[in-house]
Each structure stands twice: as structure tokens, then as C-alpha cells.
Design a protein around this ligand. Structure first.
Ligand code: SAM
Length: 364
């Protein structure tokens, strides 16, 4: 597999500043410091309580109505190798940060597609949550059909970004060594309140020394692509995906919406850019420090070319590329169009280094 873009990955680091037109630092500060005029986290979530926000409902409906494909259908899909690559990235991320007997919290577990990955690293227990009720039922079913999973698991339908997890489970009853948000955390970036709620949920349920890991679209990659479009063009696509922005004159830190379509997976679903510097700053407030943020193509290159990583805990991630069908027995890997989509994502890992308290001043 070759990556024509990889040699440029370092140069691809792209600086963009939010212009603050919609959400000036001043306004953000007001929201962050419990100014009386602004809703507090609790007030906001109480208002949201009877139903999810419109966007959260739209996202849940998208995932609830996605058909579940069996293995044969998945193999026929035009994004077969893309899915395999994304699964491989998650396996490496999980393998690098999970120890035997760890407890896991998966906030956006979907249909339970990562259950075998957790089984492979011998976890003790897993709590999986997702806003899409149908996906949660499928995850539960998948777990029940596993032969000797080797770990306990339970699943809940829960909005993990718009609501406190204490709706469902108390930190005193479940603290994880690893909190995982795979291909889902960007939905929280609709508002600052949601990002804070998500981080509060992660931190409340994570042990000191524990890891917060995930995969999300890379904001630098997306903004670079958007800015390279001619004139007033706002969308780009290839045979497997399409991204459509609504405007390109403002770059707000939160609520920078685009619509994402992925063949055989998602059809025009609203998503949000994750402004990474803001994410780091806010995560620090909740007691978590960044270990790394690595674009997926770079993650792939580093993993297969670094012997220590490649054989971490007895896992050979290079061989795993074949076992997971990223490259099949005929030597075929992702098509150029699939490869472009794989480059859209990044992997991140944070470590919880200290307790946090809700009375601490905001950094924004
Ligand atoms: C692309 S899927 C990824 C699923 C799974 N993590 C995986 O990697 O296979 C995104 C998931 O995020 C979930 N999600 C979106 N917003 C959520 C929220 N507010 N709370 C919990 N889950 C959410 C969706 O329902 C969906 O299952």
C-alpha cells in the first residue's frame, strides 16, 4: 500500500484560527464561567432532559436506521478496505493503551463493532453506551453471541455528550482504566456545553493514570481541503464520500457544521469540526493531558515502521494488517478513493493526571 500524501504529512500541519465571529472568546468566557445570563451545564441539561437536542436526535435517527450488514454484505462493500483500515487503527490504539484486566467505558459504542478488539486485549469489564437505542440492542446481542468473551459487558442507551452519565451509572459504581470514543466524539463539538459535558463524563469515570483514547476527523485536514476549494464551492467528494460545508467565511471553535456522506454507511449526517487546540485546553481543565494526536496515515506509518510499537505486548500490528483484511490475500488494499477517506481521521490519546473539581476556573 502506498501513501502518496504521506511524505507531505508533516508539511500538512495547518494552522487555522477560529475567527470568533459567532463565538468570540468573550462570549465563550461568559459561558464557561457560569455567568448568570448563560445557562450552566446543569440548567442546559435539565432543559434538554425530556428529549435530545434536534441535532442529537437527527444523529441518533441516522444510526438507528442504518441496516446491519452480515459479513458477506460487508465483504462486497466498496468501503470494505476502508472499514478494515479504520478497524486496524482502532485495534492498534486499543492495544497500545489497554492492560490485561482493565475496565473499559465506550461512550458511543455503536453496534459493538469493537467487542472483539477488547476481547483480544483481555479486559475484565466493559460498559458500552450509545445514543442510538437500536445500535445498543445490536451491541448487546453481539456480546451475547460471543463464545467465551472473557469479560463482563453491559450496554445502555445514553446521550453521552448532552447528558451526565450519572443518569445511568455513578462514578462510585464504575471507574474505567480506559475510556474510548471511536469515530464519534466530533458530535459533541456542536456546542461548548456539550464538549464540557462529554469531558466531565469522561473524567468522572476515569481512574487517575487511565487513558482517554479516540478517533475523530482531523480539523486541519478538513479546513485545508475546504480552503482549497475554488470560489464559493463548499463541497468535495470522490466515489466513496462527500463533505458539504454550509459556509467558509467563519471558523468558529464550536458548532462548525458540515454534512458527511459515506457510501454504505452514512447519508448526509450533520457533524462538527473538532478544533484541536480547544479540545486540548478543555481536556486539561478536566484533569487530562494530551499524550499524542496523530493523523491516521502517520499513525499507520509510525506503527509499522517502529519495532517497539509493532510488537507491543506481543501484538504484531504489521501482521494484523493482513489478518484484519486491510490487505487481502490477493494483495489488494484500500482503493485511492478509500485511502483519501482514511486520511481524514486522526487518533488521539490523553492521560488522566489529576482529579478535577467543578469549582475550578475555566481556561477559555
Ligand atoms: C461512526 S459511529 C461509531 C461507532 C463505534 N464507536 C465504532 O467505532 O464502530 C458513531 C456513533 O456515535 C454515536 N453517537 C453520536 N452522538 C452520540 C451521543 N451524543 N451520545 C452517545 N453516542 C453518540 C452514534 O449513535 C454512533 O453509534
Amino acid at each position: 500500500m502506498s501513501d502518496p500524501n504521506y511524505t507531505n504529512t508533516k508539511k500538512r500541519r495547518y494552522q487555522y484560527e477560529p475567527d470568533g465571529t459567532d463565538q468570540s472568546p468573550h462570549k465563550l468566557k461568559a459561558l464557561s464561567t457560569n455567568n448568570q445570563q448563560q445557562p450552566t451545564l446543569e440548567e442546559q441539561t435539565i432543559v434538554d432532559k425530556p428529549s435530545y437536542s434536534k441535532i442529537a436526535k437527527q444523529v441518533a435517527d441516522h444510526y438507528n436506521t442504518r441496516p446491519q450488514f452480515g459479513i458477506e454484505k460487508r465483504q462486497e462493500s466498496t468501503i470494505f478496505h476502508l472499514r478494515a483500515f479504520n478497524n486496524w487503527i482502532k485495534s492498534v490504539l486499543i492495544g497500545r493503551h489497554t492492560d490485561r484486566n482493565d475496565k473499559v467505558l465506550d461512550m458511543g459504542c455503536g453496534k459493538g463493532g469493537d467487542l472483539r478488539k477488547w476481547q483480544k486485549v483481555n479486559i475484565r469489564e466493559l460498559v458500552g453506551m450509545d445514543i442510538a437505542q437500536v445500535s445498543v440492542e445490536q451491541a448487546q446481542d453481539r456480546y451475547e453471541k460471543m463464545r467465551n468473551p472473557g469479560f463482563k459487558a453491559r450496554f445502555y442507551s445514553q446521550d453521552c455528550y448532552g447528558r451526565p452519565l450519572t443518569d445511568t451509572i455513578q462514578p462510585k459504581d464504575y471507574k474505567a482504566n480506559i475510556v474510548s470514543l471511536q469515530f464519534c466524539m466530533h458530535y459533541a463539538f456542536e456546542t461548548e456545553v456539550k464538549v464540557r459535558q462529554m469531558l466531565q463524563n469522561v473524567s468522572n469515570h476515569l481512574e487517575i493514570g487511565g487513558r482517554f483514547v479516540g478517533t475523530i476527523p482531523d480539523c486541519y485536514w478538513m479546513v485545508k481541503k475546504l480552503r482549497s476549494l475554488k470560489g464559493d464551492q463548499l463541497e468535495w467528494s470522490n466515489s466513496v464520500y462527500k463533505v458539504r460545508f454550509e459556509q467558509k467565511s467563519k471558523y468558529p471553535v464550536f458548532g462548525h457544521k458540515y454534512w458527511f456522506t459515506l457510501k454504505d454507511a452514512l447519508d448526509d449526517c450533520p457533524e462538527y469540526l473538532v478544533h484541536f487546540p480547544t479540545f486540548i485546553k478543555l481536556a486539561r481543565e478536566y484533569g487530562m493531558e494530551l499524550l499524542y494526536r496523530t493523523p491516521s496515515h502517520q499513525y499507520y506509518m509510525e506503527t509499522i515502521s517502529t519495532p517497539q510499537l509493532n510488537n507491543l505486548k506481543g501484538q504484531n500490528y504489521r501482521n494484523l494488517l493482513f489478518r484484519m483484511n486491510v490487505i487481502d490475500e490477493m494483495g489488494r488494499g484500500p482503493s485511492p478513493d478509500e485511502w483519501e477517506v482514511t486520511g481524514l481521521y486522526l487518533a488521539f490519546a490523553f492521560k488522566k493526571v489529576r482529579h478535577w473539581s467543578s469549582s475550578e476556573p475555566s481556561s477559555l
